[in-house]
Design a protein. Structure first.
Length: 347
């Protein structure tokens, strides 16, 4: 198993495997809107993180699925990252997870059984940490390794945190530092040291459980998690849902220290170029913002942080809750503002 490099068995890795936003929009354009289901509180209309279906006056079911190909070579770590990423969508809606099912596609004739067992064990360990059962799933013999979860959760119908309800003047708070996809690319090139790998694993396996706590706060107006479309792509979804603009102060962005040098060297996943091509026309960078930082903001984050739009007088409380839950680099990075659903990036 030590000789198997999972990242060499797939053409992409982590949330960098996502189909580009513009291509995905074209794919979904002809999909009919969900009509005639009054208890479907959140569907596909605003590209939110999960579906939400009201069960009764006090409970709504949160349902999501997420899976991808390896971002790291260690099988156990791959399983942990994939499971953490999938469960994050429940937290991003303000929910608490209750159950998970595994999605497994493995090249049975290529990948040793011990490696497959370790991937599954990594996912199960995260479910145990989240306090939920991994209660089953589905598996296929696939040409590339794929792993992820169906995750189910519960939330009070009045506490659902959508990605479409940001308000003018809201502070934007990012829970985790950026640069995950860049570190994954550096690892695949063989230039990531032990400290960089530690930063990658610590960040991608940190559960966004604070989202369930934020659901109880009236000052938290909108919530999402930053994954394959990068900070810019997921913030644009907030802007479009609220029909507002946003401004980012690039000097306030939390960054993974090990990713900075690689970003300046131009190392990063192919998803960066795809993301920038998809939404570049809706993002305006000040001249003083360096190109490498453009790439960091478009970097495909695997199991990235929560992005919250928060009433200004609630920002300190929300930051304190992030930090009390172990998100030491959580920061206010900008604000929502009137105007077309576009993003301006200043220094």
């Amino acid at each position: 198993m030590d000789k198997v490099r999972l990242t060499q068995l797939s053409h992409g890795g982590g949330c960098g495997c996502k189909i580009a936003p513009a291509v995905l929009a074209d794919m979904l354009r002809a999909l009919p809107q969900s009509q005639g289901f009054p208890d479907l509180l959140v569907g596909t209309e605003t590209s939110d993180d999960a579906a939400v279906y009201r069960l009764n006056d006090t409970q709504a079911l949160v349902a999501t699925t997420d899976f991808f190909m390896p971002i790291v070579d260690d099988p156990f770590d791959f399983g942990r990252i994939a499971a953490t990423n999938a469960i994050s969508d429940i937290y991003a809606m303000g929910g608490r997870p209750i159950l998970a099912l595994a999605i497994v596609g493995m090249p049975i004739n290529t990948l040793p059984m011990e490696a497959i067992q370790q991937i599954l064990a990594g996912g199960a360990s995260v479910c145990a940490r989240a306090g939920i059962p991994l209660a089953g799933g589905h598996s296929i013999d696939a040409p590339e390794p794929i792993y992820g979860l169906v995750a189910l959760g519960l939330v009070h119908p009045e506490r659902v945190k959508r990605n479409s309800q940001a308000r003018d003047g809201d502070a934007l708070i990012l829970g985790k530092p950026l640069g995950i996809g860049i570190l994954g690319s550096a690892m695949k090139k063989g230039v990531l040291d032990a400290e960089g790998y530690r930063q990658l694993i610590d960040t991608t396996t940190q559960l966004n459980a604070v989202g369930a706590e934020l659901a109880a706060l009236d000052g938290v107006h909108a919530l999402t998690d930053v994954t394959g479309f990068g900070l810019l792509g997921h913030l644009l979804e907030l802007c479009r849902g609220a029909q507002l603009g946003a401004r980012i102060e690039s000097s306030r962005l939390p960054l993974l220290p090990a990713a900075v040098g690689f970003a300046q060297q131009g190392i990063g996943p192919g998803a960066i170029a795809r993301n920038l091509s998809s939404f570049g026309a809706d993002v305006a960078f000040a001249d003083a913002v360096p190109d490498w930082l453009h790439h960091v903001m478009a970097d495909a984050q695997t199991s990235g942080g929560l992005l919250a739009a928060v009433a200004p007088d609630s920002a300190d409380d929300v930051l304190a809750r992030f930090r009390a839950n172990g998100f030491a680099q959580a920061a206010v990075i900008g604000l929502m503002q009137p105007g077309a659903p576009t993003i301006s990036v200043c220094t």
